[in-house]
Design a protein around this ligand. Structure first.
Ligand SMILES: O=c1ccn([C@@H]2O[C@H](COP(=O)(O)OP(=O)(O)O[C@H]3O[C@H](CO)[C@@H](O)[C@H](O)[C@H]3O)[C@@H](O)[C@H]2O)c(=O)[nH]1
Length: 61
C-alpha cells in the first residue's frame, strides 16, 4: 500500500484526514511541529482506527 506524508496531520483537518487514510489502509507519516495541536490528537486517531502511524515532530521551513 502507498505511503502518504500528511503535513499538519495533528491539527483539526489533518487528524480527520489521517483517520480516513488509515481506514483506507494507507501507511501515513505525519509531519507537524505541534504549534497549534498536540500529540493527543494522534493518539486518538490511532485509537479510533486501531492502526498506527509514524509521527515526526518537525518543521520544513
Ligand atoms: O508552520 C506550521 C503551522 C502549523 N502546523 C500544524 O499544522 C496543523 C494545522 O494547522 P492549523 O492552521 O491550526 O489548522 P487546523 O488544525 O485545521 O485548525 C484550523 O481550523 C480549526 C477548525 O475550524 C480551528 O479551530 C483552528 O483555530 C484553525 O487553526 C496543526 O497541527 C499545526 O500544529 C505545523 O506543523 N507547522
Amino acid at each position: 500500500m502507498s505511503k502518504i506524508l500528511v503535513t499538519g496531520g495533528a491539527g483539526y483537518i489533518g487528524s480527520h484526514t489521517c483517520v480516513e487514510l488509515l481506514n483506507d489502509n494507507y501507511d501515513i507519516v505525519v509531519l507537524d511541529n505541534l504549534s497549534n495541536s498536540s500529540e493527543e490528537s494522534l493518539r486518538r486517531v490511532q485509537e479510533i482506527t486501531g492502526k498506527s502511524l509514524t509521527f515526526v515532530n518537525g518543521d520544513i521551513s
